[in-house]
Design a protein around this ligand. Structure first.
Ligand code: ADP
Ligand code: MG
Length: 143
C-alpha cells in the first residue's frame, strides 16, 4: 500500500487505435495494486477499462485517427473512480442484456457484452446520453 496517494489523479491520453487500451489496463493494474486491490479485482478493473476504452475508440470517436481517448483515475472514498472520455455524441441507445442462447443460435448479433460486463463488474456506472462536447463514462470500483 502506498500512503498519501488519495485524490491524486492519474491521466492518460490514448491514441484512438485499438490496442492502446492495453496501456490503460497496465496502468490501472499498477494503480490498483498500490491501493491494495486483490488480483481478482484487478482483473475486473482491467476488463472494464479495456471495454470502455474500446467503446470510446469505436463507437464514440468512430475510429477517427485524429481523436483521442482521455482516461482519468483516482482513489477516493475507498474506491477507484475511472473516467473514460471520447469526442463522440454519447450512448444513444442502451442495449438489452445479451441473450447468449439467441447469440449462439445466430438470432441476435454478438454485441452488447462490453456494457454488460461493465455493469456487472463496476459498483457504480454512469454515462451521458445527450452531449455536445464529448462523452464520458464514469465507473466506481470498490475492493
Ligand atoms: N463511448 C460510446 N459512445 C457512443 N456509443 C457507445 C459508447 N459506448 C457504447 N456505446 C453504445 O452502446 C452499445 C453497446 O456497447 P457494448 O456493450 O460495448 O457492445 P458492442 O461494443 O459490442 O456494440 C454500442 O453498440 C454503442 O451503440
Ligand atoms: Mg463494446
Amino acid at each position: 500500500m502506498v500512503a498519501n496517494l488519495n485524490n491524486r489523479a492519474v491521466k492518460l491520453i490514448l491514441p484512438n487505435a485499438v490496442g492502446h487500451e492495453r496501456i490503460a489496463m497496465a496502468s490501472l493494474a499498477s494503480f490498483a495494486k498500490m491501493h491494495g486491490y486483490s488480483l481478482a479485482r484487478i482483473e475486473d478493473l482491467k476488463t472494464v477499462v479495456a471495454e470502455a476504452a474500446i467503446n470510446a475508440m469505436e463507437h464514440g470517436n468512430k475510429g477517427r485517427s485524429d481523436a483521442v481517448v482521455n482516461i482519468v483515475f483516482h482513489y477516493g472514498d475507498d474506491a477507484i473512480h475511472i473516467l473514460v472520455s471520447d469526442q463522440g455524441e454519447g450512448i444513444k441507445k442502451v442495449l438489452p442484456q445479451p441473450d447468449i442462447e439467441r447469440i449462439v443460435k445466430e438470432i441476435d448479433p454478438p454485441v452488447g457484452f462490453g456494457m454488460f460486463l461493465i455493469r456487472q463488474l463496476a459498483d457504480e456506472v454512469d454515462f451521458n446520453t445527450d452531449v455536445t462536447s464529448g462523452h464520458c463514462l464514469k465507473m466506481v470500483i470498490r475492493k
